[in-house]
Ligand binder design. Structure first.
Ligand code: SF4
Ligand code: SF4
Length: 172
């Protein structure tokens, strides 16, 4: 990996950190925005192992650097879902070009491959889906729990496909 975070610190705002009980969408108490982490050597495991997709994929241009795009893309490590965390100060950042067109194309690619694309703003999680009326819709997923399974069912006319979403919650 040759890229570096530099002055970007956006993941320290948009992501939740379990060890610190830090919710999504608020700055970590230890973040020094534009500079880095005040407890870098003692930062939690979640922070140590995290790399956003922009760091990992040099195919994403400089315009996708999170501090510029206001979007932190979390890699699809389990082959099931890619998550885009949007800076709550710019909640519509993902609807700006060149991001908007690229994300809609990516949504179609994900669906063909059986994966999901989430657009998360603050604590809200939305599943991006095609929609016959507007071209897309964000399905509000509420608060998902670990182990939840999301099932999609295609319905409707082939040229006006609508996806219905079912959340299957594990009961123990
Ligand atoms: S969002 Fe990505 S580039 Fe920015 S600080 Fe986090 S890991 Fe680094
Ligand atoms: S502990 Fe440091 S690296 Fe982790 S979220 Fe807070 S500021 Fe960022």
């Amino acid at each position: 990996m040759t890229r570096e975070c530099g002055t970007c610190t956006l993941c320290c705002k948009v992501m939740g950190i379990v060890e610190l009980e830090k919710p999504k969408g608020v700055w970590c108490d230890h973040a020094v925005p534009g500079r880095g982490c005040a407890i870098y050597d003692q930062r939690p495991h979640s922070c140590r192992v995290f790399s956003c997709l922009w760091l990992l994929d040099e195919g994403l241009g400089e315009e996708w650097k999170p501090e510029k795009s206001k979007l932190v893309i979390v890699p699809d490590n389990d082959g099931k879902a890619t998550k885009v965390f949007v800076d709550g100060s710019s909640p519509d950042a993902w609807k700006r070009e060149p991001y908007y067109s690229a994300l809609l194309d990516f949504m179609q690619k994900c669906l063909l491959e059986g994966r999901l694309l989430f657009i998360n703003v603050g604590s809200k999680s939305g599943l991006l889906l095609p929609d016959a009326n507007n071209g897309w819709r964000l399905e509000d997923m509420g608060k998902l729990q670990a182990g939840d399974e999301i099932r999609l069912k295609r319905a409707g006319h082939p040229f006006a496909t609508r996806y219905e979403v079912e959340i299957v919650r594990r009961t123990t």
